[in-house]
Ligand binder design. Sequence first.
Ligand SMILES: NC(=O)c1ccc[n+]([C@@H]2O[C@H](COP(=O)([O-])OP(=O)(O)OC[C@H]3O[C@@H](n4cnc5c(N)ncnc54)[C@H](OP(=O)(O)O)[C@@H]3O)[C@@H](O)[C@H]2O)c1
Length: 312
Amino acid sequence: MSEISGLQMARLPLHHGCGQIPALGFGTLIPDPAVTVTATRDALEAGFRHFDCAERYRNEREVGEALQAGIAAQGIERQDIFVTTKLWNSNHRPERVAPAFEASLDRLKLNYLDLYLIHTPFAFQPGDEQDPRDQNGNVLYDGGVTLLDTWRAMESLVDRGRCRAIGLSDITLNKLLPLYESARIKPAVVQVESHPYLPETELLEFCKKHGIVFLAFAPLGHGTRPGLLENPVISAIAVRVGITQAQALLAWAVQRGTALLTTPKTAARARENFEISPLPQDAFDEISRIQTRQRLNDVVNTGNPGFIPPKN
Ligand SMILES: NC(=O)c1ccc[n+]([C@@H]2O[C@H](COP(=O)([O-])OP(=O)(O)OC[C@H]3O[C@@H](n4cnc5c(N)ncnc54)[C@H](OP(=O)(O)O)[C@@H]3O)[C@@H](O)[C@H]2O)c1
């Protein structure tokens, strides 16, 4: 159970004694390298201690640089921060997993990871091209490797003490079930798009039942306008409670028992998104009753990353 009395400090337990994950996470999907550095430092300064990265974001070096500088400046210990990165689709072949992991770790300037995720369940043609396409522009998938093959290689990383926990991202319940059944080391975390327009209730219930942390990305609807941040229910609650729309959405996510990732790009927004407190029960229930349904990122269906500029 998370401690929701102080949402900023809320932590969720990871199974197998892998420690805890701070519920409030800072996401590093930021195309601009210079903004990556400043936003990561601002997030650390605001109080964020959970950082979500990916080799596909092509900015692990900048995140690593910002974390090192921030840690030194603030006298924070490595064990005080929780760092995740993700294995990209073109590295699903088992023999590619450990080298991809070590390369990420090197770019992040770390000597272990708290959490390593399979970024999507879709294997692309193995190689260094992250977006392999045929001459017609169609993605080249890899039929020669299963998700379980990749998972076994992830398990070896835990066995060797290279990362504390492993999990999956952009996965549906249908794909999670067989993997969960066959896994020797069960997934500790599942990262998917989730917000009031995409509550993913069935997946969340499964995760809660099996002690898997449900980690929501796009809790603000990716900042899309018009969108969640302008929803009349959210706006009315923000006025009534005396908070911002973003704070209402983030508090709702933590109060329903999920961890979340948000990407404020300025120091003021980092403080705003970190300084959240519990919503009154009636406000929480009103948000839960919103009926609009919208998926913003189609990655879960194709393995093609949404929100990432095609070539950067
Ligand atoms: N596993 C996956 O496939 C996957 C996919 C997508 C994302 N993610 C992860 O999830 C993280 C978060 O995703 P997200 O970027 O969609 O999160 P989000 O927090 O829902 O949306 C971020 C956008 O919201 C705006 N914003 C942030 N704070 C705000 C505030 N207080 N008030 C108003 N607008 C605000 C920002 O707009 P401005 O640009 O105007 O500042 C920002 O671009 C990513 O960085 C990444 O780590 C994972």
